[in-house]
Design a protein around this ligand. Sequence first.
Ligand code: ADP
Ligand code: MG
Length: 318
Amino acid sequence: MTGPEGVRPPGPVVAPKAAIHTEALTKRYGKFTALSGLTMTVPCGEVFGFLGPNGAGKTTAVKLLLGLSHPTAGEAWVLGAPLGDRESRRRIGYLPELFRYQDWLKAREVLQLHCELLGLPRARWLAEIAAALDRVGLVTRAGHKVGQFSKGMQQRLGLGVALLGSPDLLVLDEPTSALDPIGRHDVREVIRTLRQRGTTVFLNSHLLSEVEQVCDRVAVVDHGQIIAIGPLDDLIGGATTVRLRVTQLTTSAEEALRRFGAFTVEGDWYTFSPAVEEDVPSLVEEVVRLGGRVHGVEQRRRSLEDRFLQLLGERGEA
Ligand SMILES: Nc1ncnc2c1ncn2[C@@H]1O[C@H](COP(=O)(O)OP(=O)(O)O)[C@@H](O)[C@H]1O
Ligand SMILES: [Mg+2]
């Protein structure tokens, strides 16, 4: 945030209600810029999706927010405190992208260890551990050793650890990447419950459908830069996608269809995204006039994935 002459006003610029606020946050590794000028605000109580392909800079951003690595430039405030503040760190639950608990520890012991690391009063441990196990569906596994856990169960345990002490902010780095569809569903349920309680969730993911199902707002990052940010509905818009299954269309006839907007062809399927709903009858008419045979027409609301691919495509062309 800068003043009228581009000069920073004195004093804190953070909105007191924001769970996360960053200003031109940048991380370079040597000459390589992993995160470039990240400016964003995540209000309290929001489920925020930080979305991008592998290598986009998502984990880099999370490590900066948690004070695990230091920015090359820029500033940020988390739960109202500057980066690296130890008191606010206690109010953040964190599920790292890569972690490994000691194989020889039982699930309950891992949770105990983290209660201790968090500095939770001993009298609260039992209740905290029971609640965490319950919320991630590991109650019957409390006495099992981590070494016997599947990847999915380890991921649940990681989520349980992140939930200890009822954090105000939960930072989840690819929480569902190791999970099967049921596990993914369960994580979404946990996130929905947290939202109802007013917990802020910062969710890193390259899995668009995950983000789409639980997030209030998303930022799309690519090559260390935000390329879109906003409420999901605004990002996706009201646009629809129309798919036609067409045979016997010549390449020159295909060209004539461009006036209905950009489309992609996969096998017999022609996908127009975004498409204008009102155009569908004339589009079908035109295909037939051009000698094509229409076997099917499908229409659906454009998904975040469609929009995401479009955004990345536009960047590639620019
Ligand atoms: N410690 C590091 N040293 C050098 N490059 C790094 C380091 N950590 C991450 N990177 C690079 O920064 C980019 C962003 O990485 P990362 O934030 O892990 O991406 P994401 O989490 O979106 O997949 C990648 O190209 C990665 O190779
Ligand atoms: Mg990552």
